[in-house]
Design a protein around this ligand. Structure first.
Ligand SMILES: [Ca+2]
Ligand SMILES: [Ca+2]
Ligand SMILES: [Ca+2]
Length: 546
């Protein structure tokens, strides 16, 4: 009875610990569990907006639910109606793929696809009509806030939709022209001369106009991302323009954070000005813990490239690609668990060190790389369905308990696998909202444990065991208030594993939060871990439940 009461009390305190204006506003970024979704692929609440108010075939409206590269009909009304599902999973914040008005269709003839993903913006001030109206956006944010859910928007300042072409190069894809050569001569079709909003975005002088990036050297920041018009983010007008645009979204809607797309393709000086301006705007609107995390895409299990860019741009936080790549290597692949220990040790590379590590959004699946289940299938073609399921669960147990802010990619909780990255990892949820799904229930349990134990949200992490082969990975999280310890243990191998690990001297008795835990330390500071293959346990020190 005491356990039940304390759990209920803690949940209540967690969701309602702030002042009258925003009951969730006191929560720190590391207190959140983020649910990332693409509005077009989540829930269709209004079939009247499926074509975005446009008429004609899919090349005009962008709508074709049978084609993975076109709009499928999901919208803000649908998402608002499904907040129960998101909340019952245990998420506390929603990261929306971009909701700004897009160019509905672009691409070379025969290779067209639609802006269903939201990354081809023309009007940064409006909601794309495929997703609904500004009023529906307001309704969504208010409904989320009323439940204590934060709303993070996915924003872009690197590029707009592909509207500018080059006179010397009539194709959509033009070879990169390095400095100090002159840029291309930009050309905008008459029909699109005023399509961008705010109006300053229609002036080609505010773009680099150097052709497609080669992904190396200066072209990483100055080149077009596959034809997308690359903004001259060094220009004060562009800096000021984006501060106005994205400051207004915070003011109008009370947005709680920004995920910054393609951050590393922008000169760091841009973010040095933009980030403090957004934080100031948020504070001015009573949002004290506005979270900003940049996308510094990387396929390395290393924090070095992430931390280097974050430091140069003074980004408070970045998506933890190092974590994603390390978990893939250790749990889908065959790497030793030391790959995990290494990326956590590299938290020292970030400005702020371990404290910054706590605020890095971690993930195991995303809309570009693909889903974890797909990685397991790819890395282990012989694996049975049961083994794939266990590895997916193990990866999510790590995601939900290790340091960082977990990001659940929509559909993973329903067992979605996909067949690759990008379009092949962006399935429709639509009819798949089943809270009885075993993965959904497991993740909801992980989320509840995380919410109820501040050690898992705010606690310092100490690595207890890692090795050069698949096997045990053990870490402790130490609650900053009261110094209570929670031991996290994962077995990445197909054999049972057992080990004695160091724990805090005061940690004598343990309670199982997930899986099976020994009740007592075998000696002061020594604790026995025993796990079946591909299994995990979370063990909280202390005589009574925390
Ligand atoms: Ca719709
Ligand atoms: Ca272009
Ligand atoms: Ca750029």
């Amino acid at each position: 009875m005491r356990y039940v009461l304390s759990t209920v009390l803690l949940s209540v305190l967690f969701t309602a610990q702030a002042g009258a204006t925003s009951p969730f506003g006191e929560r720190l970024p590391q207190d959140e569990i983020i649910y990332f979704l693409l509005p077009d692929r989540f829930a269709n609440g209004d079939s009247a907006n499926d074509r975005g108010g446009l008429t004609g075939g899919r090349l005009a409206t962008g709508f074709d639910p049978a084609h993975k590269g076109f709009y499928h009909g999901g919208d803000l009304a649908g998402l608002t109606a499904r907040l129960d599902y998101v909340q019952a999973l245990g998420a506390t914040a929603i990261w929306l793929a971009p909701i700004f008005r897009n160019k509905p269709v672009q691409g070379a003839r025969g290779q067209e696809s639609a802006g269903y993903h939201g990354y081809w913006v023309t009007d940064f001030t409006r909601v794309d009509p495929h997703f609904g109206t500004e009023r529906e956006m307001q309704t969504f944010v208010e409904a989320a806030h009323a439940r204590g859910l934060k709303v993070y928007l996915d924003i872009i300042a690197n590029h707009t939709a592909d509207v500018i072409g080059y006179r010397e190069c009539p194709g959509r894809s033009c070879p990169y022209r390095p400095q100090p050569q002159k840029p291309y001569k930009p050309h905008v079709p008459r029909s699109e001369a005023r399509v961008k909003v705010p109006a300053w975005l229609n002036d080609p002088a505010y773009y680099h106009n150097r052709g497609d990036t080669t992904w190396s050297g200066e072209s990483v920041q100055l080149g077009d991302f596959a034809g997308l018009d690359d903004l001259m983010t060094e220009h004060p007008r562009v800096v000021e323009g984006f501060i106005d645009i994205f400051g207004a979204w915070i003011e109008q809607y009370g947005i709680d954070g920004y995920r910054i797309d393609t951050a590393r393709h922008v000169n760091p000086e841009f973010w040095q000005q933009f980030v403090p301006a957004m934080l100031a705007r948020a504070r001015g609107n009573g949002i004290d813990h506005f979270h900003i995390f940049g996308e510094v895409a990387s396929d390395e299990a290393s924090a070095a490239p992430l931390a280097a860019y974050a430091r140069s741009a003074r980004l408070p936080s970045v998506l933890d690609f190092a974590f994603a790549n390390a978990v893939r290597a250790a749990v889908a692949g065959n790497a030793g668990t030391e790959v995990l220990a290494r990326i956590f040790a590299e938290d020292a590379l970030y400005e702020g060190g371990e404290r910054t590590g706590l605020q890095l959004p971690t993930f195991v699946s995303n809309h570009d790389m693909g889903r974890f289940a797909h990685f397991v299938r790819k890395d282990r073609p012989q694996a049975s369905d049961d083994e794939v399921r266990r590895r997916v669960l193990l990866a999510h147990a790590m995601l939900m308990t290790l340091r960082g802010v977990p990001v659940i990619y929509y559909g993973d909780e329903q067992g979605f696998e996909g067949t690759g990255g990008d379009k092949d990892a962006r399935q429709d949820m639509f009819a798949s909202f089943d809270p009885r799904q075993p993965l959904y229930r497991a993740m909801a349990r992980f989320a509840a444990v995380r919410r109820e134990h501040s050690a898992l949200r705010r606690g310092r992490q100490v690595i207890r065991r890692a090795g050069s082969a698949p096997g045990l990975f053990v870490a402790s999280r130490i609650d900053p208030a009261g110094a209570r310890e929670v031991v996290l243990a994962f077995n990445t191998s197909r054999e049972p594993q057992e080990a004695l690990v160091d724990v805090e001297g005061a940690s004598r008795r343990f309670t199982a939060l997930l899986g099976d835990c020994e009740a007592d330390a075998i000696a002061p500071g020594r604790y026995r871990i025993a796990l079946p293959p591909l299994d995990f346990a979370v063990c909280a020190a202390g005589d009574s439940p925390q």
